[in-house]
Design a protein around this ligand. Structure first.
Ligand code: GTP
Ligand code: MG
Length: 306
């Protein structure tokens, strides 16, 4: 028997391993029970490796809906998408969190061009129930649909709404632990364990709509982002598209910041797990975020794109 919340095999022998339940008549493992009832997430689970998810999916027949969270789009995520050989499309989730100033058609065009994506990209929100009928139509036509994506992209939340299921959802990584087959009126769909990025800041998901904040950052100031700092070598203009779980302050430069990145005009500096900062002027950016948490790209939200 598999846990109906996370898909892992139930067992009653080792409380320290995945799938433990004191009683095998239970439908939920103890971990899912605790997440659902107490919001507590036990973290000593063994997630499936990203490569194994890809190998497994590429042996299947069906259609893949790949979920992307707007704040978390970067190369490692797109690389996993590109490795999927089944017919596929992208759905940008949690559209209720996307700032109102962002033009979705421009965003889609820029994502397609920069990340070289040929397939369709649409938006959805489990919270606002956006485009659910479009997704249901796709399931009807394709008959067998795999929902894939990185951890926390909102797969289980969306499937719960599409199929009236009770999959476990949480704001921590690795909630779903195995593939879960669900029969819906429209067709068969599968929830899946999320891919986990090599480096990212976990547990920072935004609770409400992202409000972009613009900083005229003079050369003598630095930004404080929770416990990290960031500055530019010239007077610059930064627009923060970051999770609202982060507290931002500005102060006179005090720190010698070890990570240096040269950026062109209109660059998004991605901080994996937090979102991104649109840097308007080409400059040298210094920060104490480690380099493996950072990535740059020509901005995907502006109209102009190189
Ligand atoms: N605002 C908002 N939050 C969402 C939406 N969908 C999911 N979330 C939140 O995102 C977090 C992750 O959701 P899950 O459904 O567990 O994500 P998942 O992709 O199944 O994650 P894994 O099982 O770890 O791969 C939870 O805190 C959800 O409440 C949405 O449409 N809007
Ligand atoms: Mg899940």
């Amino acid at each position: 028997m598999k846990c109906i919340g996370c898909g892992t095999l139930l067992q009653n022998t080792d409380p320290t391993l995945d799938g433990y339940t004191p009683n095998l008549d239970n439908k939920l493992c103890q971990r899912c029970f605790k997440i659902k009832h107490y919001g507590e997430n036990i973290t000593n689970i063994k997630p499936i490796l990203n490569e194994d998810i890809i190998t497994n999916i590429n042996k299947q027949k069906g259609f893949v809906i790949f979920l992307l969270d707007f704040l978390n789009i970067y190369k490692e995520i797109i690389a996993a998408y590109q490795k999927i050989k089944l017919p596929k499309m992208i759905v940008i989730t949690k559209s209720d969190l996307i700032p109102k100033n962002i033009k979705k058609d421009i965003l889609v065009n820029n994502i397609k061009r920069y990340y070289k994506i040929n397939e369709d990209i649409i938006f959805t929100s489990s919270k606002h129930k956006e485009n659910l009928n479009v997704l249901k139509n796709i399931i009807t036509v394709k008959e067998k649909v795999y929902f894939l994506g990185f951890t926390n992209s909102g797969k289980s939340s969306l499937i719960n709404i599409l199929s009236n299921s009770n999959l476990t959802i949480s704001k921590r990584a690795n909630t779903t632990l195995d593939f879960i087959k669900i029969k819906t009126e429209e067709g068969i769909i599968f929830d899946s364990p999320g891919f986990v990025p090599k480096n990212f800041l976990d547990n920072m998901l935004p609770k409400s709509i992202i409000r972009p904040v613009t900083y005229q950052l003079k050369n003598k100031y630095e930004l404080k982002l929770n416990d990290n700092y960031l500055c530019s070598d010239i007077d610059n203009n930064l627009v923060l598209y970051l999770t609202n779980e982060i507290r931002v302050d500005k102060r006179v430069k005090k720190m010698n910041l070890p990570t240096e990145i040269n950026v062109n005009d209109n660059t998004d500096l991605i901080i994996k797990g937090l979102g991104f900062i649109l840097i308007k002027k080409g400059s040298l950016i210094k920060t104490d975020f480690t380099a493996n948490l950072l990535e740059t790209r020509p901005t995907i939200i502006g109209g102009k794109h190189e």
